[in-house]
Write a protein that binds this ligand. Sequence first.
Ligand SMILES: [Zn+2]
Length: 381
Amino acid sequence: MSPRCAETVALLQELIKIESVNPALSPTGSGEQGVVTFLEGFCRERNLPYEVQHVVDGRSNLLTWVQGQDSNKRILFLAHMDTVPTGEWDSNPFSGEQREGRIYGRGACDDKGSLAAMLIALSTLGDRQPKATIVVAAGIDEEGPKAGARAIAQSGVSYDAAVVGEPTDLELVVAHKGSVRWQVEVEGVAAHTSKPHLGVNAITGMAKIVLALDEFNKTLALRTHPLVGSPTLTVGLIEGGIELTTVPPVCRIWIDRRLIPGEQPQEAIQEVENILERLRQSEDKIKVRSLLPAKEDPAPASAESSKIAAVAAKACADIAGTGKYVGVPYGTDASQLSLAAIPCIVLGPGSIDQAHTNSEFVEIDQLAKAVEIYQNIMLSY
Ligand SMILES: [Zn+2]
């Protein structure tokens, strides 16, 4: 193992040992502040300037950088500090154990592997000054409502491009889906079920809406994007009724609508509104409304024609034999960065197949290659 690889492994192990479960996902989650404090020490030790950016509820991003030759050019490397909760693990999820060429633990690939690789790539630039200023950001809340990336996008600092670190197996992701999620509620009228004609059954009304949405979902398959495929609509949750002998006065569903690049969240909501309007006008006169605002994660514009994608493709090909432009169905912090029109690629060590599992790991070989790739991008952009 090269000294730089050993350094990356050691940093990753330290990061895994700091539990940083997103508090929005688990009431016992500690959040990211432990990692921020550790990284402040890391930056001081290596003489890297840094800034702690308060975001929300005492939770902060940490940004560190190396000044470039051209003060007008700036690129962002972003990886998130928060993790999902641990659930049932066979071993200690916070050990950072090294076994069979892998590092195990919660966050190993999602997303502390990317974070460690970006930080080592930045801190080992030595006297090679990049053309663009390189900012590495450790962000909060990617597994939640993405407040960290949103704060960076809205900070007033402009970026020419961004590399979002997520476990892509070192494949170069230039496009991914977005999502918009919200609830729809049908209002009925309660009555005793011995005289149901005196009431209006909200569950029956909702059943018609669910079937109409299912029909609509089939039509979405006709829209396709060459890299990410088709949009989808899933009714993922339903809740209704009070108890068995009352005609249900209310029923709610939760809609998860996946967007392809080019589709806007508000347009997707409007399409569903049009279906609801038809059912309001139907002979059933269903009393239905969308509960807004929705949770919006836009699909970033495809980065296929961006300079960052071209630079990363060369780095990936030279170092890992990857670099073909690919699309993925899951979302990332790039959704929020795209609101500031920053061209984004997603690229990092580890596989999405291990993310969120109870045997999460990252291969050391990929981790080492990620450091090379990130540093190559930093110096070539
Ligand atoms: Zn992640």
